[in-house]
Design a protein around this ligand. Structure first.
Ligand code: ZN
Length: 81
């Protein structure tokens, strides 16, 4: 089982076979974990991954499940479990 590695940044292309793109608005994307990829923060398999290249993010509704945050120099990642 692979873990998302952020050491040299994050590119969806590195995990294309393992993530299903649900929503793409250019600077933000939501993806579904289809092959038990593991979270870079807690090392457990996650459910959904939100990736943003913006400096800020606003969520109108709180996730109803545990979530982790991770960042690279360019991107903010939110992973729900
Ligand atoms: Zn996690």
């Amino acid at each position: 089982m692979d873990r998302i590695d952020l050491e040299s940044g994050f590119s969806i292309h590195d995990y294309r076979a393992k993530l299903k793109l649900l929503n793409d608005s250019g600077a933000t994307r939501t993806l579904e974990n289809r092959r038990e990829l593991r979270c870079p923060a807690c090392n457990r398999a996650f459910d959904r991954l939100f990736v943003s290249e913006r400096e800020t993010a606003t969520f109108e509704t709180a996730p109803d499940r545990p979530f982790c945050l991770a960042r690279t120099d360019e991107k903010l990642l939110l992973l729900t479990h």
